[in-house]
Design a protein around this ligand. Structure first.
Ligand SMILES: C=C(O[C@@H]1C=C(C(=O)O)C=C[C@H]1O)C(=O)O
Length: 123
């Protein structure tokens, strides 16, 4: 087996076995493990954003920062291109991650009055 240690934050998919030599169950195990890592990293991203929101609150700043959001989106597009995946779809995922943070921040009572794009009376 290849070295599957992912703790260094490197792009682990590049380090793993050749998919052509893995059977379906092994490949689906690989996906399951990656899916768990993705959700874990999303949770970590949300946790850091909550810390940022707390600092902003201390400083009397709004939680939403549109110029920072634009920088995040631009970075997402550049990273997508680097790894040869569809930049627009990756940016759509990052738009959702930003919205997730805003919803979490609202739920923790640190709403600055700005609505998330996903806030709605319906649903
Ligand atoms: C995390 C921050 O707060 C909000 C959430 C962002 C995000 O999820 O990337 C970006 C900008 C802010 O609207 C931040 O300002 O960095």
């Amino acid at each position: 087996m290849a070295n599957n240690d992912t703790t260094d934050g490197s792009n682990e998919t590049m380090m793993r076995d050749d998919p052509a030599e893995m059977d379906l169950d092994e490949l689906r195990d690989e996906i399951r493990s990656i899916d768990q890592e993705i959700v874990e990293r999303i949770a970590q991203r949300t946790y850091v954003a909550e810390s940022i929101a707390a600092v902003k609150r201390e400083k009397g700043l709004p939680t939403t920062d549109e110029s920072q959001e634009e920088a995040v989106m631009e970075r997402a597009g550049a990273n997508a291109e680097q790894f040869d995946v569809d930049a627009n779809l990756v940016k759509a995922i990052f738009r959702l991650l930003i919205e997730l943070n805003k919803i979490e921040q609202n739920q923790h009572g640190i709403n600055d009055g700005q609505q998330s794009n996903w806030d709605s009376d319906e649903g």
